[in-house]
Design a binder for this molecule. Structure first.
Ligand code: FAD
Length: 375
């Protein structure tokens, strides 16, 4: 009989790990408190950026590079093109170094990347106020991931290999005995047992794993979907890649669902608790901030009249490195958490690495930076 694993959380991390675990011969059950995917989870959004540019942090750039073929393979196997490589554009405003470091690291890793002058920006992206930028960096291997579709596709592949999926099963307690997890209890009082357990509950991690005191902070993140008032054709994904203005902390996507495009801020919002109904709406202050950003950098978008807000949660560590490790003092418990607002793009690689750690005690990817004992 194959060893069994329960995965708590059917977001992109739980789903990716479940698929990798079944490929390594484990019998896997995925439990989620809600539908999979669901809009409250960090993975439950239309789009996530896939960038290989990470300033001077070559470790993340090389992880993104390793993730590329894994995403392509998932698209192929699921026959859904949820990974769209329409390039990624970093836009430098001042000489503060981040974009220069990106260019150097991408070059060292032999990732093709073009430097765009103000004139190039004007010619390629006429909607942008090219005078506001010093230069741009466009790497064509980057792009965007259709997040909800990706989670469904990964879980679909996992289910085809026998993974059981149980939505609407909220785990409320973890039963421990002598350094091992003995079982889980759900909100309906049902007990769940397996040989080992993987926790990937996103923003709910601090609550579910309270006893382990993981140093995580949950923050509320606001995003706005706007409909370009003019020149809509210029914002189609084939003409307009996802972009990031690192010095301003704003990023955006081309037009997608129903002609709307997403603009969001990568900086952390206020501390929050997931599921707080009162916090579902975006604030007028955030909308004003978005308009001010657009007025300066993409002026023709600033006077949008049609928009819709969405609120979601980052679960962050202090150093913004992830947690992918065995739970301290627990022989058969593991955790994937703290993805600090930038984890989606690495999910297949991290899922595979976690599965290797659980099955063989070590992974091909060096997980040193993601260990719990660094805190
Ligand atoms: C606004 C925003 C923008 C982002 N942008 C990017 C980006 O552009 N690029 C990028 O790479 N990354 C980005 N990220 C980060 C990325 O989305 C996350 O790192 C990733 O989705 C985390 O996935 P997860 O599976 O860990 O968590 P989640 O997707 O949150 O999944 C956790 C799941 O666990 C379930 N759960 C929780 N508690 C329980 C329980 N007690 N019992 C059962 N089930 C439970 C939940 O219902 C949920 O489905 C962004 C994140 C946010 C919030």
């Amino acid at each position: 009989m194959n060893e069994s694993v329960i995965v708590v959380g059917g977001g992109v991390m739980g789903a990716s790990a479940a698929l990798a675990l079944t490929r390594l011969g484990r019998q896997v059950t995925v439990l989620d408190q809600s539908e999979i995917p669901n809009r409250q989870s960090a993975s439950g959004d239309q789009l996530r950026t896939f960038r290989l540019s990470y300033g001077k942090d070559a470790f993340y750039s090389s992880m993104a590079l390793k993730s590329l073929p894994l995403w392509r393979e998932l698209c192929e196997q699921s026959s859904d093109q949820f990974f769209q490589q329409n390039g990624f554009l970093d836009l430098a405003v001042q000489a503060h170094g981040y974009e220069e470091h990106c260019a150097r690291v991408l070059k060292d890793l032999e990732i093709p990347c073009a430097t765009l002058s103000k004139e190039d920006i004007r010619a390629r992206f006429p909607m942008m106020n090219s005078r506001a930028f010093r230069f741009g960096l466009l790497h064509k291997e980057g792009g965007m991931l259709w997040a909800i579709r990706a989670v469904s596709a990964i879980l679909g592949l996992a289910q085809r290999r026998g993974v059981k999926v149980r939505p609407h099963t909220r785990i409320v307690s973890v039963v421990k005995d002598k350094g091992a997890i003995k079982g889980l209890k759900d909100a309906a009082g049902r007990a769940w047992t397996a040989d080992s357990y993987l926790f990937a509950p996103g923003a709910w991690t601090p609550e579910l794993l309270k006893a382990y005191r993981l140093p995580l902070k949950v923050t509320l993140q606001q995003q706005i979907y706007i409909r370009p008032p003019y020149n809509r054709g210029r914002y189609r994904p084939e003409h307009f890649p996802p972009f990031f203005v690192p010095s301003q902390g704003f990023y955006g996507f081309p037009m997608h669902i129903h002609g709307f495009m997403k603009i969001a801020e990568s900086r952390k919002g206020p501390t929050a608790k997931p599921g707080d109904a009162a916090e579902r709406e975006i604030t007028p202050q955030f909308e004003r901030k978005v308009r001010a950003f657009l007025k300066r950098f993409i002026p023709e978008l600033a006077n949008f009249t049609e928009s819709e807000g969405h609120v979601s949660y980052y679960t962050s560590t202090k150093d913004e490195d992830f947690i992918v490790d065995r739970l301290t003092g627990t022989a058969n418990g593991f955790v994937m958490a703290g993805f600090s607002g930038h984890g989606f793009k690495f999910a297949p690689l991290l899922g595979q690495s976690m599965a290797q750690l659980m099955v063989g005690g070590k992974s091909d990817l060096n997980l040193h930076r993601f260990r719990l004992n660094r805190f």
